[in-house]
Design a protein around this ligand. Structure first.
Ligand SMILES: Nc1nc2c(c(=O)[nH]1)N[C@H]1C(S)=C(S)[C@@H](COP(=O)(O)O)O[C@H]1N2
Ligand SMILES: [Mo]
Length: 239
């Protein structure tokens, strides 16, 4: 086995031991966090934007492209593991953490919420980009519905393939940060993250989790920050 590959496997195993994909929940809920912090120390980025202000005053949108600029073939499928099989009818998006109104939303619930679309450039650190139209709903609408407590500063995303990500609250509440279920005017293909994925013009590709099943709103960033970040990639990854 290549050393790189072995390191990745070890890291992955360590992640599974520390948190697991099933017990990331434990870490993210209450006492788990405290225990974990005692062992490895606190780790959070110096970002303290006020949640209420961000919810009330949406940030400036970034300019979008015209529909003639869409590059239908340019979006390279980039999955670190496998394409998970998700039953769209049984699918629920869970929204939990420091919220007064935890959510369990079906795709029908999600598609009833205000729809929006945008034409933006997707940029992957591996050196390719694609102008894509994404359709879905603003993540800020989901967050608002969950009634976040005022201490919330970060958002974790868990995916059905074991991928995980964390974002600063300001980027998550940006008006062009979408939970997308459409690509280029069509239902989102499963390889691109159906039924629901993140899409945003303000972050690099690896921040844009596909197959998102759970969103956790938290006050502090854990030492476990994201699949690529935990292997040395930059956490903020802004564009
Ligand atoms: N769940 C999950 N989300 C993911 C990834 C992944 O492997 N698993 N890859 C990321 C990377 S590196 C990129 S560039 C984009 C690619 O999206 P696409 O496969 O729809 O082109 O998805 C991101 N989201
Ligand atoms: Mo990427």
């Amino acid at each position: 086995m290549e050393p790189m590959q072995r390191d990745r496997l070890l890291l992955r195993r360590r992640f599974l031991q520390l948190s697991g994909f099933s017990s990331l929940s434990l870490l993210l809920s209450g006492c788990g966090i405290r225990l974990f912090e005692e062992v490895v120390g606190q780790a959070f980025e110096p970002l303290n934007q006020r949640l209420e202000e961000l919810l009330l005053n949406p940030q400036q949108p970034v300019p979008e492209f015209s529909s003639s600029a869409i590059e239908p073939e340019a979006l390279i499928i980039n999955s670190y593991r496998f394409t998970p099989k998700i039953d769209t009818v049984k699918f629920r998006l869970l929204v939990e953490g420091d919220v007064d109104n935890p959510l369990s939303l079906s795709m029908a619930d999600i598609q009833e919420m205000p729809h929006t679309s945008m034409i933006i450039r997707h940029v992957c650190v591996e050196g390719w980009a694609a102008i894509v139209q994404w359709g879905g709903l603003q993540l800020r609408d989901i967050v608002a519905l969950a009634k976040p407590k005022s201490n919330v500063r970060y958002v974790y995303f868990e995916s059905a393939d074991g991928y995980y990500e964390s974002w600063d609250i300001a980027s998550a509440l940006h008006p062009q940060t979408l939970m997308a279920y459409e690509k280029n005017g069509q239902p989102l293909p499963v390889e691109n993250g159906a039924p629901l994925r993140l899409a945003s013009p303000i972050k690099l590709g690896y921040k844009q989790s596909k197959w998102v099943t759970r969103i956790v709103l938290v006050e502090k960033l854990l030492p476990i920050k994201g699949y690529w970040e935990d292997q040395g990639y930059e956490w903020f990854a802004g564009l």
